[in-house]
Unconditional design. Structure first.
Ligand code: AR6
Length: 176
């Protein structure tokens, strides 16, 4: 199926999703934090933290996988987005790596459905529009070469982020 038809955009709380895997916007310790990371750990319960403690942290732009514990999803893919430092610290490439590595890890585990939050655009301060373009292009590129992958869902927490993301998605060029 056409890559565009396998991209979904919704507004809501990612911890409620029954998709096979959800992605967590974590930090390098993988030991929890605020934002979506805090929400995922709260909803998953203490088993998630216990498994995360065994992972030895995660570098920026990389991803690691755990089970979902009390979450409705089966797996959590933890990725560490870059902190925005003005744009000259390789932030764009690192954010692209978060999406690519998370999707490759999903494929390795034979996961066919993944939901992403807007990585790095909260506490880490990455400009929303640029981050959204990177997210959409990375997802599209992955789907083009992974025809068996069912869907990539972008979950926007606030209504304004949802509206902005939809606008960007509808107006983005160079998706073939
Ligand atoms: N479902 C979906 N999206 C959410 C949810 C939710 N339940 N809660 C927040 N968001 P952030 P970052 C959105 O700050 O910028 C943590 O402390 C939020 O509105 O969670 O990558 C980590 O431990 C925003 O659009 O992640 C790190 O230290 C997006 O998720 C640091 O924050 C990302 O915001 C990571 O910062």
């Amino acid at each position: 199926m056409n890559a565009n038809k396998r991209i979904k955009i919704i507004q809501g709380d990612i911890t409620k999703l029954k998709t096979e895997a959800i992605v967590n916007a974590a930090n390098r310790t993988l030991l929890g934090g605020g934002g979506v990371d805090g929400a995922i750990h709260r909803a998953a319960g203490p088993g998630l933290l216990e498994e995360c403690k065994l992972l030895g942290g995660c570098s920026t732009g990389e991803s690691k996988i755990t089970r979902g514990y009390k979450l409705p999803c089966k797996f959590v893919i933890h990725t560490v987005g870059p902190v925005w430092r003005g744009g000259n610290q390789n932030e764009e490439k690192l954010l692209e790596s978060c999406y690519k590595n998370s999707l490759q890890l999903a494929a390795l585990y034979e996961i066919k459905s993944v939901a992403f939050p807007s990585v790095s655009t909260g506490a880490y301060g990455f400009p929303f529009n640029e981050a959204s373009i990177i997210a959409i292009k990375s997802a599209h590129d992955f789907l083009k070469t992974n025809s068996g992958f069912k869907e990539i869902i972008f979950v926007l927490f606030s209504d304004s982020d949802y509206q902005n993301f939809m606008n960007i998605y509808q107006n983005i060029d160079s998706l073939d």
